[in-house]
Design a protein around this ligand. Sequence first.
Ligand code: NAD
Length: 443
Amino acid sequence: MSYKLNISTRKEALIKLLDEIIKRENEIIQALYEDFKKPPFESIATETSYTISELKNTIKNIEKWAKIKNVFPSILNFPSTDYIVKEPYGKVLIIAPWNYPFQLAMCPMISAVAAGNQVVLKPSELTPKTSTIILKIVSKAFLPQHVKVIEGGVDVTQKLLAKRWDYIFFTGSVAVGKIVAKAAAEHLTPVTLELGGKNPCIIDETANLKLAAKRIVWGKFLNAGQTCIAPDYILIQEEMKSHFVDYMKDEITKAYTENPKDSPDFARIINEKNWHRLVSMIEPKKVIFGGQTVIEDLYIAPTLIEENNLDSLIMKDEIFGPLLPIITYKEEKELVKIISKYEKPLALYVFSDDRKFARKTILEHSFGGGCVNDTVIHFANKRLPFGGVGHSGIGAYHGQMSFDTFSHHKGIVKKANWLDLNLRYAPYTNNKISTLKKILNWL
Ligand code: NAD
């Protein structure tokens, strides 16, 4: 069944969606709190306001993004007019994770709708309250044949993956990303895979340590470290380490008090399984700050870990929690060796006042995206592509790139009839060959 919607119908539905989200913002914030004590400020900044801003930007630009785009024709086709048509893929499956459960479900859905697709959205089963509110909002704003929310666990996702789709957009772990890619390959379905990885955070001897600590504490302990682009481990010049650790302790205490467990600004681990996974990574003798855990409350304190073994459990996979290993290096050349031990990360951060070093670091390593002298904030610019490379993902989105992700770009040549050059037609004489060569050499 083809389900094509004109731009004004898409826009109307998106305006209705905006209205519903604004009306229910407090319910969304409450649902996020009930799911994993997500602090209201973080819910506003990273979930509701972010989604509203992306939605408003889409509504404002939808006509411009959907427009047929003329491009310069090729001299070989003279005379012609050439253009690109953006066509909806058709039926799109969006699978969302639990860590930013509202935003990471809604934003891809908004762009898929803007681009003219039908959508089935599968929110995460690990954030049931948020999943319910997503279902309520979507069923108010869209007809079920336009956007449908299907709730459920792994079995439901597997059933959905067994069906044929025109596009699959997945956000989640590398392991499940591979399952999605395999299922998509069965029907040659194109995919976007937004995955994770071990994100290095490099600090050299020229860095402003106090400010670096403040920005790292924010980016690491936001959402209790359960952020795909959170710094995963610190690589710091040996002599700077003790000063840096002092600043980090100071900044953690300033942000979350002496007892982060009682701070309303520090979230919880999503479930017992992840709590145990994280706690098993803590080697008590390596803890230099924090380390407290309370299973009943799914609490793990912001924790700094002195790490010197690249093969330890904590250095094996993405941490995805409030544990931060600090590794020292003596010479710059060690950085390449350490970073390239792991798959290409989703993010990389470098703190340095040495512009040459910062630039070299950015160019030298392959990673999804990142920042110089900050963490996480590259996510907020809709003019920057957001996505991974290698094991951290396939494809990128945000802003207009999201609309383009969900559109097939159809290239068209509209040939004029007032002239029909004879060059390309047989018989292929020597004269024609030499003219063709001249034109191709000239192009
Ligand atoms: P996950 O891969 O466990 O789950 C994501 C989705 O996949 C859920 O909806 C779940 O129902 C489904 N799923 C789980 N196991 C499945 C299976 N065996 N077969 C089929 N479907 C299955 O990921 P998560 O725990 O929800 O999220 C955390 C991960 O997501 C981290 O690795 C993080 O880095 C990554 N992430 C990436 C981004 C990004 O933008 N690149 C954003 C957020 C999270």
